[in-house]
Design a protein around this ligand. Structure first.
Ligand code: OOB
Length: 531
């Protein structure tokens, strides 16, 4: 497939020989579950509940309907569905039809979708309906641009377009395909908060490993109930271990549409949810909500937090009020996953972002000149391994920048590695403020500010300044009325923060802008504050 960079043959044989890659198509996760546990509840949402056998049948019908439209091998299709059962039906239906799903998130809008459409050459879009946003109208706007988008498929009021429910009544035959498992199974979208979003081709081999090895590491079993709280198309709730990992062990997956503590706690209680994944901002909110919510998430035995840095104080708070079984996850759609392990002592769970999933994850931590740094020193993380991509999809220029000649992905993350192999994320290489000749790491300052009891959320960014080059602006969401800068500085003083690393100004905000998965969106924040 043009624009896809495969694993080099020597590493591919090594991953096969060492058992990382099983040569199984991604769809086999469902086939196997439907054979082994046909009557177990597979997926549940507010209005539906399917056993594995039912999900399997529906995926077959969806594949037949898609094939009848002419969608099949060589085609890609944008998927922009909310967290509900149809997400799983669409995902497996597309896989069975041999088409490549492009997993967009409900938070993506015209500019991003147009970019994904142009890059992937998608022939169709499967979109949901929502009272809060008109996804159908967005799909229509996309189709008006010059491209090859021929099929608008809507789950809900389809108007003149193809109704997903009708398509899924497909009675034609389901194609029997044998995909090349070393080729792409699906395209994820990059979560970057800088630069244009990119498409990330994940192969059958690497993604089956990603999901099943994560399920094993988290010790998921068929007794577990996993709640998809983050948008289902994101790598974290999809395959780390997420939906796919849970399905691989015959567990039950509950789709949650509303991650607010009120709604999520009720869902957890109703379905006796045992495991879920959150970004730190949500985990913080859930932990604070324990002060006022009556129904607490008592059945949780695994709370994964990742996607952005979790401050140590927050980790400790989460363990004490939500569940002692907190797991930090440092991951990326491009591949590498680091997890703290079940049974790790609190110091490790609170203060590190875990260690790599696979023994064959090769990590290089390098300085600005590309030379390896000693253990304990921060540097940029470069990685290659059995489930890390070798190139973005159709992005040659970007690939020149983002991958070394010997195939390491330059993550742009700054980390330090301890002697025991665990990592601490210390920031993004580029997330620094250049203030009067000093380089200030934004994440460092943010962690200190978050420790203030009246600060609910914070982002430190540099704003242009005629004297300093950049001045430090802390955008802060306060609990209650804003706290003035002098008092904030006293707090930083008490924590020993250097004077030149303190905010020059504070911008109190009702909420911080976020990306589609709920991470702070600094690009849009900077535009907002400098405009
Ligand atoms: C996950 O994936 P993406 O692709 O949305 O974002 C990846 C980036 C990383 O490169 C890093 O900058 C940041 O998000 N990140 C973290 C982090 N986990 C991710 N930064 C600090 N601490 C962490 N624990 O975000 C993702 C994918 C799979 C599992 C978990 C998260």
């Amino acid at each position: 497939m043009s624009g896809f960079t495969p694993f080099p043959p020597d590493r591919a044989s090594h991953y096969r020989d060492s058992g990382y890659w099983a040569g199984r198509p991604l769809d086999e996760i469902l086939q196997t579950a439907a054979t082994q546990w046909p009557d177990r509840p597979a997926i549940i949402d507010d209005s539906a509940r399917f056993t594995y056998a039912e999900l399997d049948r529906r995926a077959d019908s969806a594949a037949a309907g898609l094939s009848a439209l002419g969608i099949g091998p060589g085609h890609s299709v944008l998927v922009q569905l909310p967290n509900n059962c149809q997400f799983a039906v669409a995902l497996f239906g597309l896989l069975r039809a041999g088409a490549l799903p492009v997993l967009c998130l409900p938070g993506h809008r015209d500019a991003e979708l147009a970019h994904f459409l142009d890059l992937s050459g998608a022939v169709g879009i499967i979109a949901g309906c929502d009272s809060a946003y008109d996804y159908r109208a967005m799909a229509e706007r996309l189709a008006q641009r010059p491209n090859q988008l021929r099929h608008i498929i809507i789950d809900g009021d389809a108007g003149p377009h193809i109704a997903w429910s009708r398509l899924c009544e497909g009675t034609g035959s389901t194609p029997q395909l044998q995909p090349d498992t070393s080729g792409p199974a699906l395209l994820l979208v990059s979560g970057g908060t800088t630069g244009a979003p990119k498409l990330i081709p994940r192969t059958h081999d690497d993604y089956v490993y990603n999901a099943t090895a994560s399920a094993a590491l988290c010790r998921l079993t068929s007794d577990d109930v996993y709640l998809v709280a983050l948008p289902a198309g994101h790598n974290f709730p999809l395959a780390c271990p997420g939906l796919l990992g849970a399905m691989s062990v015959g567990a039950t997956v509950v789709f949650g549409r509303d991650p607010s503590p009120e709604a999520a706690f009720a869902t957890i209680a109703r379905h006796r949810v045992t495991a879920t994944a959150l970004v730190p901002a949500l985990a913080r909110l859930w932990a604070h909500a324990c002060d006022w919510e009556e129904q607490l998430p008592a059945t949780l035995r695994l709370l994964q937090v990742g996607g952005a840095k979790l401050a140590a104080d927050d980790a400790e708070h989460i363990r004490s009020v939500l569940t002692p079984r907190l797991q930090q996850v440092f991951g990326m759609a491009e591949g590498l996953l680091c997890y703290t392990r079940i049974g790790d002592p609190p110091e490790i769970v609170d203060h590190t972002q875990g260690k790599p999933l696979a023994d064959d994850d090769e990590l290089r931590i390098v300085d600005d000149a590309g030379a390896p740094v000693p253990d304990g020193e921060p540097g940029e993380l470069l990685v290659r391994g059995p489930y890390t991509i070798n190139g973005y999809f159709r992005a040659e220029a970007e690939n020149q920048r983002s991958f070394t000649p010997d195939g390491f992905y330059r993550s742009g993350d700054k980390v330090r590695r301890f002697a025991n192999g665990y990592l601490e994320v210390t920031g993004r290489v580029k997330d620094v403020i250049l203030r009067g000749g000093e380089t200030v790491a934004a994440l460092d300052l943010e962690s200190h500010l978050l420790a203030h009891p009246r600060i609910a959320a914070v982002a430190a960014i540099g704003l242009p300044d005629p004297y300093l080059g950049e001045k430090i602006c802390a955008a802060i969401v306060f609990r209650g009325s804003p706290v003035a800068l002098p008092e904030i500085n006293e707090h930083l003083d008490a924590r020993g923060v250097a004077v030149h690393c303190r905010p020059d100004m504070i911008a109190p905000m009702p909420a911080l802008p976020t990306t589609a998965v709920g991470k702070v969106d600094k690009r849009s924040l900077a535009a907002q504050l400098s405009g």
